[in-house]
Design a protein around this ligand. Structure first.
Ligand code: ADP
Ligand code: ZN
Ligand code: ZN
Length: 731
């Protein structure tokens, strides 16, 4: 190719398309060279797309005459700070997704539009102190004195004071942070004196400031004081002038959590979760980018927040599966948080009562330093766990006599009881007593759930809804019965049994609005005897100090699930739900109803020794060569036509095998499948997969890199959708 002057003016752009490559564009003559990471708007197959400048080395086989010019360069400074840019580059490589897709999904949608981003500040947003400034007038001194006590709205000031406030704003002494940045609450609380183990944990974290690559696992049961350790560590980071990122599970981000941080730390806070609007996200992004946020509390996607001067990352309940994104760009926020901390050389603390086997494996390998909190912080007994063998018992709507008696005792003693049943709706099946037919969703081939109040059958996999039939669709008999118990049925029974006490059902059907859930739980936390019935939403996060009894219904479902993580998850869930009981002065009780009281996993849960449980689970995984002892990726695909799906996956498997034959380490990667996915059919689409495993990461990722390029560039039937899931989880 002849050398042309135009080659100096070519930029490579990462675009939001699945194609795993960068695209070359010409830079117009008058336009200055954009920096790496700056967004540009470009023409792309008849559309305009926004992409990121990701390189300056044109592809070798390039014909500059065919290149299109960039429409516009959208900013001068990149949206992402360098560490975030680096993290996203890594994520694209690790998860084998196009860089453009990854970069685009990290930026709030509100900022993807091509117009410049406006930071909206609420009209009468309060002012806060930005730097220590000297008052030049008597009024300014008055304002500064007021601001020292907390934020101040201009509307709350007398006219001459308002003038002084505006003067201070002009001088940059005070500022109005965007709505998301919340100040410390007005009534600060004092940290308790830490116990020896907490102090040792804090010391270890503080020592890690400045020491490269210090990742820690803080292991302690619910109530052992992990949050106090986070607070002390965050305090230390803030004192160094650095910011703090705290990741919490989807359900763990409660007003209580925020309040606890706000009442302890003198800092500018922000909260980031999935319910924010696009505009709020854009505002938040700008504030974080400008260094106006000191402490960010957020769910999964907050790992991509453009925090300035980050000094500490905390991942609370690190085992929680909500850190894994289950569609689109399937990343693990926990794993990326570890990477971000390691890139920055800052400490990261993963906290859990029941750590994931992945993290425990890293402890064994010496990559995570384990910090223990063995006791509950306030002297308290662990709850007593009991199994109730329901094989022999007469049951009333899924509840044993023993459970009903225990609930009554608890209420009479003035405490609260929680019934956990991980199935919402009235009954999981509608079945015909006459011919045995079970009404199924035609799209998913799974039983439909009866929802009595809504008078509907609903499929929990595809949200299909239909009327409850009056006769059996197969034999026309009217002997249709709702079989099994969901939360709706249990709460009906409980309301009849315990009419004198309030009964609250908490599941996705009763709490569609996030606020209502928080509100109800706050009420319960402060209130007297009552009964809570809910799904696993209830097991996590919230501090409900008056709960003295937890009844677990239907735990057996988790003992025989296909997912290889099912036992781990069940153990984590049961230990966590047990942690709900007896946080207050009364020691708690946990009753687990089961048909399998002799099951080894349940026996271990009785002893409440997660260490023992995890050692056994780890042993199982080692023998069966499953993660964390193997590296795994799943090529998931779906299609309306079953044989088309099989053919496509077979050819993908064939490709993988051919690539492996040319690789240095021929047999390093095992390719299994095609096999049906755990949900083989969903909303009329067949789902199947290839599972790829290797003892180490390198050969697997080398294969995936080539395979994804081949699959993306090759023609495939239009109806086939596929996605690669690296370090997969079943949702
Ligand atoms: P975790 O995060 O492990 O569930 P928390 O940090 O929430 O535990 O602590 C549980 C309770 O014990 C909280 O009410 C907390 O204020 C209190 N607590 C924690 N550490 C101490 C301590 N050293 N002294 C007194 N109370 C403490
Ligand atoms: Zn029938
Ligand atoms: Zn369905």
């Amino acid at each position: 190719m002849p050398y042309t002057a135009a080659m100096h003016r070519i930029v490579q752009v990462a675009l939001p398309t699945p194609l795993p490559k960068l695209f070359d564009y010409l830079l117009p003559q008058q336009t200055p060279m954009p920096a790496l990471g700056v967004r540009v708007s470009v023409p792309f197959s008849g559309r305009r797309l926004i992409g990121f400048v990701a390189g300056f080395t044109p592809s070798p086989d390039l014909d500059p005459a065919k290149l299109k010019p960039i429409h516009a360069v959208l900013e001068t400074t990149p949206l992402m700070p360098p560490d975030l840019w680096q993290l996203l580059q890594f994520a694209a490589r690790y998860y084998h997704r196009s860089l453009g897709d990854v970069l685009t999904s990290a930026v709030p949608r509100g900022m993807r539009a091509s117009k410049a981003v406006q930071v909206r500040v609420e009209k009468d947003a309060p002012y806060v102190l930005k730097t220590s400034g000297v008052a030049r007038t008597y009024e300014q001194a008055q304002i500064l004195a007021q601001l020292a006590l907390g934020p101040l709205r201009a509307s709350a000031c007398a006219p001459e004071l308002r003038k002084a406030l505006l003067q201070l704003a002009k001088r940059g002494v005070v500022e109005r942070p965007p709505a998301q940045a919340l100040a410390q609450s007005a009534n600060p609380s004092v940290a308790p004196a830490l116990n020896a183990e907490q102090a040792a944990a804090v010391a270890a974290i503080v020592c890690a400031f400045g020491a490269p690559n210090k990742a820690m696992l803080l292991q302690g049961v619910t109530g052992s004081g992990k949050t106090e350790v986070y607070l002390a560590a965050a305090h230390a980071a803030l004192a160094r002038g650095q910011s703090v990122l705290v990741l919490v599970p989807e359900i763990g981000l409660t007003p209580q959590t925020l309040q606890r941080f706000q009442s302890r730390l003198h800092a500018r806070f922000a909260v980031m979760h999935s319910a924010l609007s696009d505009g709020e996200r854009a505002n938040f992004w700008q504030a974080a980018r400008a260094g106006q946020i000191d402490v960010l509390l957020g769910t999964r996607s907050a790992v991509f927040a453009p925090m300035q001067n980050l000094g500490l990352i905390v991942v609370d309940e690190e085992h929680d599966s909500s850190y894994k994104q289950f569609d689109g760009f399937r990343y693990s926020a926990r794993d990326l948080a570890l990477k971000r901390a390691s890139d920055l050389g800052i400490p990261i603390v993963l906290g859990s009562a029941t750590p994931s086997l992945e993290s425990l494996h890293m402890v064994q390998l010496g990559r995570l330093q384990r910090l223990w909190l063995h006791q509950r912080a306030r002297a308290q007994n662990m709850p007593a766990i009991q199994l109730i063998d329901i094989k022999m018992q007469q049951m009333d709507q899924g509840l044993s006599k023993a459970a009903l008696n225990a609930i009554r005792e608890t209420l009479l003693a003035g405490s609260q009881a929680l019934i956990m049943r991980n199935r919402r709706g009235f009954a999981p099946r509608l079945s015909c007593q006459h011919c045995g037919h079970v009404v199924q969703c035609p799209g998913c081939e799974r039983p439909m759930t009866v929802h009595r109040a809504a008078r509907a059958l609903r499929c929990h996999y595809c949200d299909r809804q239909e009327r409850v039939p009056s006769a059996c669709p197969q034999c026309r008999s009217d002997a249709l019965h709702a079989m099994g118990e969901g939360t709706e049925r249990i709460s009906e029974l409980i309301s009849q049994h315990f009419a004198e006490w309030p009964v609250h059902r908490i599941d996705r059907d009763t709490t569609s609005r996030k606020g209502s859930f928080d509100h109800l739980l706050a009420q319960v936390a402060a209130g007297g005897p009552c009964i809570l019935i809910g799904t696993q939403m209830l097991a996590k996060g919230h501090d409900l100090p008056n709960i003295a009894l937890v009844v677990v219904v239907g735990a057996d479902d988790g003992l025989f699930a296909v997912d290889f993580r099912a036992s781990e998850r069940l153990a984590q869930l049961l230990m966590q739900v047990a942690g709900r009981a007896g946080r207050a002065e009364t020691p708690g009780r946990v009753l687990i109803q089961t048909q399998q009281p002799e099951h080894p996993l349940l026996q271990k849960i009785l002893r409440q020794d997660y260490e023992e449980i995890s050692v056994a689970l780890m042993q199982e995984r080692r023998i069966t060569e499953l993660p964390p002892f193997t590296r795994m990726a799943i090529l998931r695909a779906d299609c309306k036509d079953f044989s088309m799906l099989q053919t496509w996956l077979k050819s993908a498997a064939q490709r993988a095998k051919i690539l492996l034959q040319h690789a240095h380490s021929k047999n390093a990667v095992l390719v299994y499948g095609p096999m049906p996915a755990s949900m083989a059919k969903r909303a009329h689409r067949h789902h199947a997969q290839l599972v790829l495993c290797a003892p180490t990461r390198a050969p697997l990722h080398a294969l995936l890199a080539e395979l994804t390029v081949q699959l993306e560039l090759e023609k495939k039937p239009a109806d086939i959708h596929y996605a690669l899931d690296v370090d997969p989880y079943d949702d």
